[in-house]
Ligand binder design. Structure first.
Ligand code: UT7
Length: 325
């Protein structure tokens, strides 16, 4: 049976690094507070010529190169993002033009920080239906454009970047095994970002504030740990897989304390967890594909290994996925 297999991975980060020391000069914070509460040391911030779609295209080119495919062989481009360069056309349309993937249809998907798992899950369904399809699944964000740089509660957390993989049907025994996605729209007020201000006065949202990210951090933290733990436990259980059989766990990179709590509760040792939140901060939908590409290029995943992903984001959205490499 043909399953959805990753043929290649890629990532692309903006050049400029913003350190905790830089942030100390911008808001009332300290390297000590940021590092101990979040694990973040630096993050990348997009500059001129590094719009969301350009980061996405950079990651896509690297994934295509590893897959040994030309852009013209791609059938579908899905970009998971909540910070598209424009509201219309989608970021995916710009990527298609930028890399020259003329045969592909393309669109964006928004499930906030869980976006990459939602996009992979959807791409998997296309491949299961039509195994010959080559799909570029990209997660790309420029969150620096949407944080309030005067709000120390949020501006220290986020970073920009993109990651991608090429997915296609193969029957070599590997591929996506199972996934589980969840949403609870009732909890949206704990983590949200307004759209640009409405030009229809009747539709202006109370509290509309330039579309900044807003978060009630402590509540999000607690819910995120519990939700990801429950999702992973259920996914492993229904596939008859024990935690010790996991080759590598790649969690969404939001906060090192969330990752440590998850490891503790699931019983996954540190050497089996990929962590790069220290270098890039929370890159939302880009965090999992960037981490996957780094782990892949460092040779940390071997054919036959079980890779476990889990994510959590605004919505709330969350979920987990199991893949055999
Ligand atoms: O990716 C999508 C999902 N997002 C997440 O998973 C993020 C989840 N939440 C978190 O990661 C954490 O809640 C934060 C890192 C955002 C905050 O850490 P916390 O330990 O929950 O701190 P807190 O919000 O409860 O704030 C503790 C104190 C407060 O001061 P008081 O009220 O105790 O005097 C804050 O004002 O820390 C203060 N504080 C800061 N101090 C220095 C908040 N931000 C800062 C800062 N520098 N940047």
């Amino acid at each position: 049976m043909k399953r959805s297999v990753v043929l290649g991975t890629g990532s692309f980060l903006p050049r400029r690094e913003l350190t905790n020391a830089d942030l100390e000069r911008m808001v009332d914070t300290s390297d000590e507070w940021i590092a101990s509460r979040t694990g973040i040391r630096t993050r990348r911030i997009a500059g001129k010529g590094e719009e969301n779609y350009r980061l996405a295209a950079g990651a896509a080119r690297r994934a295509l190169e590893m897959a040994g495919l030309e852009a013209g062989e791609i059938d579908l481009i899905v970009v998971a993002t909540m910070t598209p360069h424009m509201t219309m056309p989608s970021c995916a349309c710009f990527v298609q033009a930028e890399i020259g993937a003329q045969r592909a249809f393309a669109y964006d998907l928004n499930a906030a920080c869980s976006g990459y798992l939602f996009a992979l899950d959807m791409a998997d369904k296309y491949v299961l239906n039509k195994p010959d399809m080559n799909i570029l699944v990209i997660g790309s964000e420029t969150l620096s454009a949407r944080v309030n740089w005067q709000d120390r509660n949020t501006c220290i957390l986020f970073g920009d970047g993109a990651g991608a993989c090429v997915l296609s049907g193969r029957d070599h025994g590997g591929g996506i095994i199972d996934s589980q996605l969840f949403t609870d729209g009732n909890l949206w007020e704990l983590l949200y970002m307004h759209s640009p201000k409405s030009l229809n006065p009747d539709l202006v949202q109370p509290g509309d504030d330039h579309g900044y990210i807003r978060m009630t951090g402590r509540d999000v933290f607690k819910f995120a740990v519990r939700a990801m733990e429950e999702s992973v436990t259920a996914l492993l259980q229904r596939n008859g897989i024990a935690t010790k059989d996991i080759g590598l766990m790649i969690p969404h990179q939001a906060n090192i304390r969330i990752i440590h709590k998850l490891m503790e509760r699931l019983g996954v040792p540190e050497e089996k967890v990929y962590i790069n939140v220290n270098k890039y901060g929370n890159t939302s939908a880009a965090s999992i594909p960037i981490a996957l590409d780094e782990a892949n290029r460092q040779g940390l995943i071997r054919r036959g290994d079980l890779v476990l992903f889990c994510a959590f984001g605004g919505g709330f959205t969350w979920g987990s996925m199991l893949m055999c490499w």
